[in-house]
Design a protein around this ligand. Structure first.
Ligand code: BDR
Ligand code: CA
Length: 321
């Protein structure tokens, strides 16, 4: 039976590659793409999602959603992805427009109509939190929810403690992490080191000589430079495609374990930090208000600690081929 997927995304360069992987997969049917503000304002992200879907020849409905985090001002990542989120190459807008329904309504409706659906989130968790606030029972209808977000090893990309998607809207992340959704966390550490496409591998993708492969590499041009400045590593780091890879083929995750996770919302120093109770000490943390109710919570979070790199790259190359 074909699996049904909903993708929530702040579509910029790496999101676009993740969308391509899902839209070209024979294993899943993408029922909806819901768009959220994050890397770029939501109107730009929606336009980027439509462009990518059209390039793939897909008529998947695209819904525009939250324009800002629940309580905070939006901080975008144009310094990483370019002003248009796609490396500023002047891509023409898609012919198709977004569906007029708001992404949060679409999310609720799509989950209700497709019990057992899988969700993958590639941006801040604002849309998903809003849907859960309105319909807490939604969590029980979802088979799995793969979240690209967090830095469980505490090495962030936007502050030393936090990864961008969680940092942008930590209150939304906290709602989602406490919601009972069956979460699988794909942190930023998984897309570094050997998971990065080295220059030889990006050449290999370009040699596929098709417009989709070319777009996937080109729209990441600004991101490649920004990643080099940030980490000193040369190559294309693809957090959202790694999360999509694990969504499409869970065997890409080669080590995982389940723990309670809290999201820091108070401290400026550690805002958006994903605090993982790896040694399961929360049950004994009777002096900590933050963890007081953890033992009564429905679910721990499934955390992916390592990636099967050859499997990940094979999946990516075949999606772009
Ligand atoms: C995440 O933040 C965004 O810049 C990327 O699209 C990805 O979703 C990585 O921290
Ligand atoms: Ca993203």
């Amino acid at each position: 039976m074909t699996r049904t997927l909903l993708i929530d995304t702040d579509t910029a360069s790496d999101d676009a590659v993740a969308l391509i992987m899902a839209l070209r997969s024979r294993d899943v049917r993408v029922a909806a793409i819901t768009v959220v503000a994050g890397n770029v304002p939501v109107a730009q992200a929606t336009s980027n999602a439509l462009f990518t879907a059209e390039l793939c020849g897909s008529d998947v409905p695209v819904y525009s959603g939250a324009e800002a985090p629940l309580l905070r001002k939006l901080v975008i990542a144009d310094w990483f992805h370019g002003a248009d989120g796609l490396g500023d190459h002047g891509y023409k807008p898609a012919k198709r427009r977004a569906d007029p329904v708001h992404a949060v309504d679409a999310l609720i409706q799509t989950v209700r109509e497709n019990p057992g659906i899988e969700i993958v989130t590639l941006g801040p968790l604002t849309n998903v939190a809003m849907a859960l606030l309105r319909e807490p029972k939604l969590a029980a209808l979802v088979k799995r929810c793969v979240v690209m977000g967090g830095a469980p090893c505490c090495e962030g990309n936007v502050t030393p403690a936090a990864e961008f998607n969680i940092w942008v809207d930590p209150e939304a992340a906290r709602i989602v992490f406490r919601s009972g959704l069956p979460l699988e966390m794909v942190g930023w550490q998984l897309c570094r080191g050997g998971a990065v496409l080295n220059p030889h591998e990006t050449e290999r993708v370009l040699a596929l000589k098709n417009p989709i492969a070319e777009f996937a590499i080109r729209c990441n041009s600004t991101a490649v430079e920004a990643f080099f400045k940030q980490t000193g590593q040369r190559g294309m780091s693809l957090p959202d495609p790694v999360a999509m890879g694990i969504t499409l083929n869970p065997a890409l995750c080669s080590a995982s374990s389940e723990h309670y996770v809290e999201i820091e919302v108070s401290s400026e120093l550690t805002r958006g930090m994903t605090v993982v109770d790896r040694l399961d000490v929360a049950a004994d943390s009777r002096n900590s208000d933050a963890w007081a109710d953890t033992v009564e919570r429905e679910r721990k979070v499934h955390i992916c600690w390592s990636l099967d790199i050859p499997k990940w790259k094979n999946l990516l190359f075949s999606a772009l081929g």
